[in-house]
Design a protein around this ligand. Structure first.
Ligand code: NDP
Length: 274
C-alpha cells in the first residue's frame, strides 16, 4: 500500500519539502505521498493524521517532543523533533536538521569545521537541532545569541559544555570579535528584520550560513558579503540534506542529494531573476 507522509507547520505554503520528497521518491522508485499540512493546532492535526511518518517545522518542533512515545539520541539531545516515524508503540521522534547542516558544510562546501569559532543566532527549534551537531563536528567556542536571552541560556544548559558554549546578548555583538562560522537560525527576516549585526563579526575567513533560503535569506547574506566574508550560503543545502536523512529513516534508502539540490538551486535562480 502507498505510504503517506506529511509536513506539519504554520505556515507551510512556502515549503519546498513536498517537492524534495517527491524527487527522492521518483529517484529511488519508492511509492510514497508527502503533503504539507498547515497546522495552527499541531496536536489536533497530528491526532487526525493516520499516515506513516511526518516532518515538523516551525513553530511546532519543541511541541512535537510531547507527541512522541520514544526519542532518538539526536532528538533527545536537541530537545526538538523534526521527524516522526510511526512505530507499534506510537510516534518515534528524531532530529535531522543538525546532520543536514553538517553534511552541507562538510560535504557540499568541503569545510573543515574543527576548532572553528562559531556564532549561532537564535535559540528556537532550528538552533536546538543544529547546536549539538556543530559541537560534535568539533567546532571551537560556540556563542549563542538570542532575542529572548532565557532561551539562549536554556539551550546552553541543555548542551552541557560550559567551557565551550557561552551566551551573549545582541547588544554584546560588537565586542565579540571575528568568527570563523556564523549561523543564522532565526526566523527574523520572515516577518520583520534581524537586529543590527556589526560587520566586525566577519573576517576574510568567515563562512556565514543562513538556514533560511529565498527572500528570507537575502538580508543576512547581503550583510555577510558586504562585511567581506569568505562565503555566504543559504539554507537550501541543509534543507535537502535534512530531508534526505528523514527519507532514509522512513524508507531505509539514502537518496542522492546532488541532482535534487542542483535542480532546486536552478529553480531558485530562475525565480530570483524572473
Ligand atoms: P522558531 O520559531 O522555533 O524560532 C525562531 C527563532 O528566531 C527564535 O530564536 C526567535 O527568537 C528568533 N526570532 C524571531 N524573530 C526575531 C526577530 N525579529 N529578531 C531576532 N530574533 C528573532 O523557528 P525555527 O528555529 O524552527 O526556525 C528558524 C528559521 O530557520 C526558520 O525561518 C526556518 O525556516 C529555518 N530553518 C531552515 C531549515 C533548513 O533546512 N534550511 C531547517 C530548520 C529551520 P525568540 O526566542 O526571542 O523568539
Amino acid at each position: 500500500m502507498r505510504k503517506r507522509y506529511a509536513l506539519f507547520g504554520h505556515p507551510v505554503a512556502h515549503s519546498l519539502s513536498p517537492w524534495i520528497h517527491a524527487a527522492f521518491a521518483r529517484q529511488t522508485g519508492i511509492d510514497a505521498d508527502y503533503v504539507a499540512i498547515d497546522a495552527p493546532d499541531f496536536a489536533a492535526a497530528l491526532a487526525a493524521f493516520d499516515g506513516d511518518g511526518a516532518n515538523v517545522t516551525l513553530p511546532h518542533k519543541q511541541r512535537a517532543v510531547a507527541a512522541c512515545a520514544s526519542l532518538g539520541e539526536r532528538a533527545r539531545r536537541a530537545g526538538v523533533v523534526n521527524t516522526l516515524s510511526r512505530r507499534a508503540g506510537g510516534w518515534h521522534g528524531d532530529n535531522t536538521d543538525g546532520v543536514g547542516l553538517i553534511r552541507d558544510l562538510t560535504g557540499r562546501l568541503r569545510l573543515d569545521l574543527r576548532k572553528r569559532r562559531t556564532l549561532l543566532l537564535g535559540a528556537g527549534g532550528a538552533a536546538r537541532g543544529v547546536a549539538p551537531a556543530l559541537l560534535d563536528a568539533g567546532i571551537g567556542d560556540l556563542f549563542i545569541v538570542n532575542r529572548t536571552p532565557e532561551r539562549a541560556d536554556a539551550l546552553a544548559d541543555a548542551l552541557g559544555e560550559p567551557t565551550r558554549v557561552r551566551t551573549r546578548y545582541f547588544g554584546d555583538l560588537a565586542t565579540l570579535g571575528e568568527f570563523d562560522l556564523i549561523v543564522n537560525a532565526t526566523s527574523a527576516t520572515r516577518g520583520g528584520a534581524l537586529p543590527e549585526l556589526p560587520m566586525a563579526l566577519v573576517g576574510p575567513r568567515t563562512t556565514a550560513v543562513d538556514l533560511n533560503y529565498g527572500e528570507a535569506a537575502v538580508e543576512f547574506l547581503a550583510w555577510a558579503r558586504a562585511a567581506g566574508g569568505r562565503e555566504a550560503i543559504d539554507g537550501l543545502g541543509t534543507l535537502v540534506e535534512q530531508a534526505a536523512e528523514s527519507f532514509r529513516l522512513w524508507h531505509g534508502v539514502q537518496p542522492d542529494t546532488d541532482p535534487v539540490y542542483a535542480e532546486l538551486r536552478a529553480r531558485q535562480a530562475s525565480l530570483v531573476s524572473a
